[in-house]
Design a protein around this ligand. Structure first.
Ligand SMILES: NC(=O)c1ccc[n+]([C@@H]2O[C@H](COP(=O)([O-])OP(=O)(O)OC[C@H]3O[C@@H](n4cnc5c(N)ncnc54)[C@H](O)[C@@H]3O)[C@@H](O)[C@H]2O)c1
Length: 316
């Protein structure tokens, strides 16, 4: 049993991770400033004797005693990370420095939740970990992309310079219950629009592709990565390599929700990648992992979560 710090623990992925770690018998300290996370995401864990929730902003130093750190704190969707881009960069960069400093003091293993956005608008398809990416350093997505890239740099410099035990995963699009209902991400957008009987907005012509990983699959591989042998630092791509066009996704959501929403088309936002698909051979070979949950099963769970949110009036 270990004491594990999860930053961003009240967010979408963080709340699932906290639940999983408690089920595995660990004590969990969940730290969050509730920018995009919510107490309701971890309310069901509140009575667990091993669970503790702390309001804290990771851009400030944190002094706690733990054995391991999962660093997830960072708004993840464009609407949220573009709301205060300077704070987004600070969260990635100062947050990484503060958590790495903590890990160094405690000699604790630390895992960084990085992102496929480090590849930018990739020229290589599918993306392997060896690809360095094509990122615009001055665009409206740069606060997130470059912030995450700098955080990776810091992780690897702490590893080389201080022999810190680091793990870096690059997460590709993930979806599931407890996604933020108004985060503008395509899965939540389509589902909420369909449940409200509104038109479903497709950016561009809908032929751009994404691969979607169900949250349970993603949490499984994050835990495997944290438990992997010392020295296996990554970065490791984690996500589901099965690609879908936006049009396919919209049609599947419509089919599962029912209703009479129409598909409407709008221009593509700036710097929106046309295609994104992980090469997960490294995760498969080193961690013995591959995603199991198909899109339709994952969407059903997610739809029923959003249906509940709409019923209790949390999502509009
Ligand atoms: N969900 C995905 O598809 C995806 C893809 C790639 C990377 N990621 C990464 O995974 C992590 C979790 O993403 P998510 O989808 O759960 O997003 P989320 O927005 O639901 O979770 C992020 C959490 O971090 C908290 N947070 C933000 N700034 C903070 C700060 N300064 N101090 C403390 N807490 C802060 C938020 O309140 C929220 O609870 C993020 O680092 C994100 O970049 C997610």
């Amino acid at each position: 049993m270990k004491r594990i710090l999860v930053t961003g623990g009240a967010g979408f992925l963080g709340s699932h991770l906290c639940g999983r770690l408690l089920r595995d018998g660990h004590d969990v300290l969940c730290v969050d400033n509730f920018f995009t996370g919510a107490r309701r995401n971890v309310a069901h864990l509140g009575k667990h004797p091993g669970f503790e929730l702390m309001r804290h902003d990771v851009t400030f130093p944190l002094y706690v005693e733990v054995d391991r750190i999962f660093n997830l704190a960072c708004p993840a969707s464009p609407v949220h990370y573009q709301h205060d881009p300077v704070q987004t960069t600070k969260t990635s960069v100062h947050g990484a420095i503060n958590m790495l400093g903590l890990a160094k003091r405690l000699k604790a293993r630390i895992l960084q939740a990085s992102t496929s956005e480090v590849y930018g608008d990739p020229e290589v398809h599918p993306q392997t970990e060896g690809y360095w990416g094509k990122v615009n350093p001055i665009g409206i997505r740069s606060c997130y992309d470059e912030g995450k890239r700098c955080a990776e740099t810091l992780f690897f410099d702490y590893h080389r310079q201080h022999d810190l035990d680091i793990k870096v995963v690059r997460i590709f699009n993930t979806y599931g219950p407890r996604m933020h209902p108004n985060d503008g991400r395509v899965v939540s957008n389509f589902i909420v629009q369909a449940l409200n009987g509104e038109d479903i907005t497709i950016y561009g012509d809908g032929s751009q592709t994404r691969s979607f990983c169900y949250v349970d699959d993603l949490i499984e591989v994050m835990v495997r990565m944290m438990n992997s042998e010392r020295g296996f630092t990554g970065p490791v791509n984690i996500g589901n390599p099965v690609e879908h066009t936006m049009l396919e996704l919209a049609e599947k959501v419509l089919m599962l929700v029912g209703g009479r929403s129409r598909l409407v088309y709008q221009p593509l936002p700036a710097d929106d990648p046309r295609q994104r698909q992980p090469d997960i051979r490294l995760a498969r070979d080193q961690l013995g992992w591959q995603p199991k949950v198909g899109l339709e099963d994952g969407l059903k769970e997610t739809i029923s979560y959003f249906r509940h949110l709409l019923q209790i009036g949390v999502a509009a």
